[in-house]
Write a new protein. Sequence first.
Length: 297
Amino acid sequence: MAIHMHNIGKRNEGEPFSWTSKDALLYALSVGAGAGDQLKNLAFTTENSRGVEQKVLPTFAVVLGSSAGPMDELGDFKLSQILHGGQQITLHRALAASGTVVPVSGMSAVYDKGRNAVIELSTELLDVKTRELVATSVTTMIIRGEGGFGGPKGPSEGWEVPDRPADVSVVEKTTLDQALLYRLNGDTNPLHSDPQLARMVGFDKPILHGLCTMGFAGRVLLEQVCASEPEVFGSLSVRFASPVVPGDELSISIWKTETGAVFQVRVADTVVLDRGTYTHRTAEIGGTTEELEAATA
């Protein structure tokens, strides 16, 4: 088996992908918006509240035309060898309540991690009319048993938990039907809904989508670091460390930085999202972190 290194850099333009106001509302509900207080996130959970303009959670970008193109272009390894290792999104402008984008995707990098290989898949979402870049999504895939081919190890990772108490600690309760709700965004992998298949791969019951857990974290970061203003939201990246089961409580710890924040998510003592990094969209907006905080206060 092998990874098709010759396809690194090859781009596949997909079919235009459209979403509606209802799709954005469903996504917000599927990552816990309004669950603790139905009046708290009205801008993200309703489209007809008086005096409230609908806004879209930035992490909604991960479900917009996220196909990476034909899987056989990546290699001839088995699907069972693939683990979703991490995810990064960058917003180049706030997402509209409805719209259409064209996804342009492909394998952007391959790294040799010894026993395993890591493939990075990048997707650029372009406005269908102007071809302007709306968002970029990078998916990290771990390919088990495909390392040792002598390739680059990849960039060094300098992330670490700050040596001080978190500036913000938030506990979010997932519901027993969280995965059933999140799958309506388009990710219908039966690992998250079929008890028999979950047991076949070693889980007692279906697990929550990693991107759903990321959506919870992204929403809390938006609330706590951006004053719920999507225009401020720049980029977010996470590593998926351990599975979450619907019904688990997510303990989200946030340490604010000059450019945004770093964060970590745990279930009890187990880290489930690691190496979390969030950065303000200062390049387009301009201004320091203090000025951004003042503008969104």
